[in-house]
Design a protein around this ligand. Sequence first.
Ligand SMILES: Nc1ncnc2c1ncn2[C@@H]1O[C@H](COP(=O)(O)OP(=O)(O)OP(=O)(O)O)[C@@H](O)[C@H]1O
Length: 306
Amino acid sequence: MIALEVHNLHKTYKQRKKLIEAVRGVSLNINSGEILAFLGPNGAGKTTCIKMIAGLIKPDAGSVKIAGSDPHRNPRSLRLVGAVLEGNRNLYWRLTPEENLEYFGTLRGLNRRVAHKNGLQLLERFDLISKRRAPVQTLSRGMQQKLAIAVALVHTPRLLLLDEPTLGLDVEASQNVKTLVREIAREGCAILLTTHQLDVAEEISDRVAIIQQGKILAEESTREIIRRFSGSTYIIEIAGELDSVQTSKLESLGVIIQADRIIYEGTSEGLYQVLAVLNPLPLIQVKQQADLTQVFLKIVRDNRNA
Ligand SMILES: Nc1ncnc2c1ncn2[C@@H]1O[C@H](COP(=O)(O)OP(=O)(O)OP(=O)(O)O)[C@@H](O)[C@H]1O
């Protein structure tokens, strides 16, 4: 089921007689249960799109539908959206997590009892129950980030808008948030993720859309776009030394042997032959050449030079 349909959005800002075409014909869909990473360099138009999706600014042209309903025509459909857009600024710092959840839940149309119940469930699930009565300002950044997501979910939205959910978090807190985001998607919520942390986007998104100068340059499954840009080159990192028999067999398979890694270009069947020669040396990793950062840079630079 399609949770978000964005069709041909346009937005031009006027700044002291100057026109800035921030968004120029953006179309996107996100299905329930899917995470779309919405990526682009600074000033590409991401925030402007998200603000139009969240009903905060009106498009000049085009349409937004959330579970089939246009928030600019029917503001009630915004109840189907949850958003964490500017860090954890959707929280009241002097209130406790319990109070924040209840307050925002009622604001989004839940009765107080349901808001309280949903809030407690989320606090349990996000491992924040022991902090439920502590003022938000005394929570760690990772806890505040989790709470910000919990608050955005208290009314069980169909679409979650998530901006930089792991920025500034330590490795463990970041891992925690990524796992939660994947779980939320698995339960059926559609997620529009914006981030400049491309490793996070690569790890948790199902699809990516890359925007530059207000236009979508690429929209594809994350795995597919990386595969397409990687071609057929694999990097294999191993521990331990190759013996002379292994070295000559690998050379006959056309492999390039470097200090701590082996580069193989060919089919995936050929890759298995290479791995068989390496057996039983411990493999540290086998990866295709590109990662999402390389893909992103290539698409954006090619477009800039076009
Ligand atoms: N309120 C505004 N008035 C005038 N111009 C604006 C306004 N908001 C954004 N812009 C301009 O619109 C363009 C797109 O900005 P936007 O904030 O949507 O980009 P972004 O992709 O979110 O960037 P970033 O990654 O830096 O947050 C930029 O040129 C920006 O300067």
